[in-house]
Design a protein around this ligand. Structure first.
Ligand SMILES: [Zn+2]
Length: 408
């Protein structure tokens, strides 16, 4: 069985499962609206969502996008000069633990796992991955809903001891240890601290320092306790209530460490990936998506906190990129910004190009080179050849950021 994978340099995801026929006709947004639907099966949910998260991390994180931009720059250099440049220390160290218990790569995987577990049911994952549980703890609570709700013990177990846990567990274990097993605090602040940390040049340092600072903030603790008192299940409310406090804490850390200002992945795309035939169009696609959030916000069935978060998202794109797994955001991201190429076992789909490029083509038919049709299918034929030539010329043990593989 082939592994699931995501290739950073091309934005192409490979999913070792068959997809429903209707997705071929552009209905893949159904998946992001209902990722747990029985109809898709287990594997599709896990792998497609996981690899989509990696693509969204690239769009959101200035750090990850800058690694991709470096790899791309080396490809372009190779094509022009016929030589392979050595990678920077920053790129070579992506998977290396330095003075910390985990690497940047481990933190990337921890974020992906976190949203994956929020999206699926933690107790189902325990069952599926046959994770050992502590018989003295409560894993499921009856909250009067159709299925019992998983508890923080269930969530913490899955984050630390599931399949492939050597990839993602260490940052989570570290947070629990630092907070003296305060799972509620950890889960409330983790997404925002991690996503802000990835807007910097030193994600692991900024993450660890900011988490330690957050633990010392009485203002933040009080706020989270107030939310938590109403209901422990209000994790969504806890995320949004703490978002601005966390931003403040991370900004202070960045100042204190004298790091350059925070950058989104799409900032880097605008600056360094304008010669990439596919990624260069994503800033426009993101602008279009934000327009649709505004337009659609009254048409989606919203839980009470959602009107508020959609308002936040319209004025601050990074809100969407911090809470990828929030059902509304997952839906908008999946519909407008799924990975540009997704290879399923039974067919391959390509993202549509932004409508502006089609209009420009219509009004300016003399434009050459960009005239590639409505989706990215033709772009990929050429791009994949270029990447293949570049990889073949690199030493066999050369480091590539371009690898994310799920074992199962
Ligand atoms: Zn991964």
């Amino acid at each position: 069985m082939m592994d699931g994978s995501y290739e950073y340099l091309s934005g192409s995801a490979t999913i070792p499962a068959t997809a429903p026929e209707q997705w071929k006709k552009g209905e893949i947004h159904e998946f992001y609206a209902r990722p747990n639907d029985q109809e898709w099966g287990e594997k599709l949910c896990r792998v497609l969502f996981h690899e989509s998260l990696h693509f969204w991390q690239f769009l959101s994180s200035g750090y990850i996008a800058s690694l991709v931009a470096e790899d791309w720059e080396h490809l372009v250099h190779f094509e022009k000069k016929g030589e392979i440049k050595p990678y920077s220390e920053k790129l070579k160290n992506f998977r290396v633990k330095q003075n910390f218990a985990f690497s940047s790569y481990n933190l990337v995987e921890c974020i992906a796992r976190y949203w994956d577990v929020h999206t699926r049911n933690a107790n189902k994952i325990i069952e599926k991955e046959k994770i050992e549980i502590d018989k003295n703890k409560v894993y499921a609570a009856d909250m009067g809903l159709s299925t019992p709700v998983y508890t923080e013990h269930a969530f913490d177990t899955v984050m630390q001891f599931g399949e492939d846990c050597q990839l993602y567990a260490e940052p989570y274990r570290w947070m629990l240890k630092q907070s003296k097993n305060d799972s509620y605090f950890t889960n409330s602040v983790f997404p925002a601290i991690a996503s802000f940390a990835f807007l910097t040049e030193k994600p692991v340092e900024v993450f660890c320092e900011s988490f330690s600072m957050a633990l010392k903030s009485n203002k933040l603790k009080k706020k989270l306790n107030d939310v938590g008192r109403k209901s422990r299940m209000q994790i969504h409310a806890a995320w949004y209530e703490s978002y601005h406090d966390v931003l403040e804490i991370v900004s202070e850390t960045v100042n204190y460490m004298s790091l350059p200002k925070l950058k989104l992945g799409i900032d880097i795309i605008g600056e360094q990936l304008q010669s990439h035939p596919i990624f260069k169009e994503f800033p426009t696609k993101i602008t279009n998506m934000l327009g649709n959030i505004k337009f659609d916000s009254v048409t989606v069935t919203l839980p009470p906190y959602s009107q508020h978060i959609l308002q936040m998202a319209i004025s601050d794109l990074h809100v969407v990129f911090t809470f990828f797994g929030e059902p509304d955001f997952r839906y908008y991201l999946g519909r407008a910004l799924h990975p540009p190429k997704i290879i399923f076992q039974n067919f391959t789909i390509f993202a549509n190009r932004p409508v502006q490029t089609k209009l420009a083509k219509f009004f300016n038919s003399t434009t050459k080179g960009d005239d590639y049709g409505d989706n990215y299918e033709k772009h990929y034929v050429e791009l994949e050849d270029r990447i293949k030539n570049f990889r073949n010329a690199q030493a066999k043990d050369a480091y590539e950021i371009s690898k994310d593989h799920l074992k199962k």
